[in-house]
Design a protein around this ligand. Structure first.
Ligand SMILES: NC(=O)c1ccc[n+]([C@@H]2O[C@H](COP(=O)([O-])OP(=O)(O)OC[C@H]3O[C@@H](n4cnc5c(N)ncnc54)[C@H](O)[C@@H]3O)[C@@H](O)[C@H]2O)c1
Length: 461
């Protein structure tokens, strides 16, 4: 199912498209070269950026075609069945039993059976072409995110994708270009933006209690060794990336929420990244300790460093650390640190320090102490019940918000520029890691609109 050979290796250097773009902006490239940047795509685009924030006319019902109902997709499917104003009209999966399971869930919920598309890995194209729906939502392996979103938009549908939206620079630009050309939404479904603590941090920032935000740290630290070696689900595709790539493969869970606190693409933007990975040991050790002598997976070799640390500088001079570690024994953490002139917030465990307001100087308060004052309205709303489906409720909330925005005709919480900027770190951290941590320019996908796009407000349900 996974075909890495057809995908450009970011570490191998700029792609043909990068060079074409770099040629178009040779002056900029030369200037950046002086500072050691790679000549990556910059400002000259065929299409103008979408109005920011971009919205489409309201729709009473959101008709959805869904691609990929495995582990995460089935969770979304279940959420969408529980959200008012949604019709699940089609389901596509290469595994017929998965499509059948989703269909049975819909029928059990009293809905019409969706049309099934199960004729192989490109059958989503048939679905996008012939199904009358408003949105194509995909929760497939990473390789398919861009082709599915692009096919959806070209066929007049909005697109929503699981994370990361893309893992090549070409993929990031293709999403942006297609969204602009077709005037469609393309939303990366970053569920961690909606977790309770993350939204509370955002609320604290929005109320001004943290002062000026200067620094943030996020991570995806999750021991995925058994998942990567499982014989179904992610074991079928995720481990393969570690045999070919080395960088931060999964930056958006840690980055998404802190990017909101820093108003990335809405007053500030990510300017450049430097990245380094340590040794690759965890998957090799797991192989030796858990696989039988004759298991073919013992022949695999891995190049992914077990811990990747990346450092982003923003246009306004602020700093972000994004860490990735999925191959070593460790408890889960997204770090979730936001620091300002008046205090600091940190996750795992959730804690708060607000100067002059916390109980003792230099000492953390448990976040619970501040919950009553700063809990986000989305988490207090009775409207978003039952929201215990999927990662403690945040998945329900993100699906609820996407549907609510489409139905109301308002801008989506996150847009294609956020999808591209955050996902670009996949490829750019690989490039930096491969080049002794050389700084990599993060394209301004908004082409200047980040300066005037308003901050994501504290929205109500
Ligand atoms: N946001 C989160 O918390 C979270 C959690 C888990 C996974 N994910 C993301 O969700 C996506 C899916 O991960 P998963 O854990 O559900 O994986 P999975 O392997 O369990 O599910 C993938 C599904 O897609 C199907 N599929 C594969 N190729 C397809 C194709 N070409 N066309 C149609 N269907 C296809 C598979 O049969 C399977 O049903 C990934 O992008 C992953 O990064 C996100």
């Amino acid at each position: 199912m996974t075909d890495h050979a057809t995908h450009p290796d970011p570490a191998a250097g700029p792609t043909r498209r990068d060079f074409l773009r770099a040629g178009a902006v040779a002056g900029v490239g030369a200037a950046l070269g002086r500072f050691g940047f790679d000549p990556l795509p910059a400002a000259a685009r065929r299409q103008g950026p979408l109005t920011a924030p971009f919205a489409v006319p309201p729709m009473e019902v959101v008709r959805i075609g869904f691609v990929g109902v495995g582990g995460q997709g089935t969770g979304h499917w279940e959420n969408l069945l529980a959200i008012p104003g949604v019709e699940l009209v089609a389901v596509c999966d290469i595994d017929e039993s998965h499509a059948a399971r989703a269909t049975a869930m819909a029928v059990k919920a009293g809905r019409k059976a969706p049309v099934q598309y199960t004729r192989g890995p490109r059958d989503f194209e048939r679905m996008c072409a012939e199904v009358d729906c408003d949105l194509v939502f995909n929760a497939t392996p990473w390789e398919f995110h861009v082709p599915i979103c692009v096919s959806a938009m070209k066929n007049g549908k909005h697109a929503a994708t699981e994370v990361p939206a893309a893992y090549t620079m070409d993929g990031c630009w293709e999403l942006v270009e297609t969204a602009e050309r077709t005037r469609k939404h393309c939303v990366m479904m970053e569920n961690c933006n909606y977790d309770r603590t993350e939204l509370m941090w955002l609320n604290i920032v929005r109320q001004g209690a943290l002062g000026e935000v200067l620094h943030a740290e996020g991570a995806y630290n999750h021991d995925l060794r058994s998942v990567k070696f499982s014989l179904d689900g992610e074991g079928l595709w995720r481990r393969a990336h570690a045999t070919k790539r080395n960088g931060n493969f999964y930056p958006t869970h840690g980055l998404g929420p802190i990017a909101n606190c820093l108003d990335i693409n809405r007053g500030d933007r990510m300017d450049y990244v430097v990245s380094m990975s340590g040794p690759s040991r965890g998957l090799q050790a797991w192989q030796r300790e858990h696989l039988k002598e004759d298991d073919v997976r013992r022949a695999e070799t891995y190049v992914q460093g077990d811990v990747n640390v990346s450092l982003v500088k923003t246009a306004n001079g602020r700093t972000i650390v994004v860490t990735h570690g999925t191959n070593l024994p460790r408890p889960y953490s997204r770090v979730n640190l936001v620091q300002g002139t008046k205090g600091i917030l940190m996750g795992y465990p959730d804690r708060v320090y607000l100067e002059g307001r916390s109980e003792k100087p230099h000492r953390w308060d448990p976040a619970e102490k501040w919950r009553a004052e700063y809990d986000h309205p989305l988490w207090k709303s009775a409207k978003v019940q039952p929201m215990d489906i999927g990662h403690g409720g945040m998945d329900f909330l993100e699906d609820y918000r996407l549907v609510a925005c489409l139905r109301a005709g308002t801008p989506t919480d996150m847009n294609v520029y956020d999808a591209a900027a955050m996902s670009s770190l996949c490829a750019l951290t690989e490039r930096s890691t491969a080049r002794r941590s050389a700084p990599q320019e993060i394209p301004d996908y908004t082409r200047g609109k980040w300066k005037t796009t308003p901050a994501w407000p504290v929205v109500e349900a």
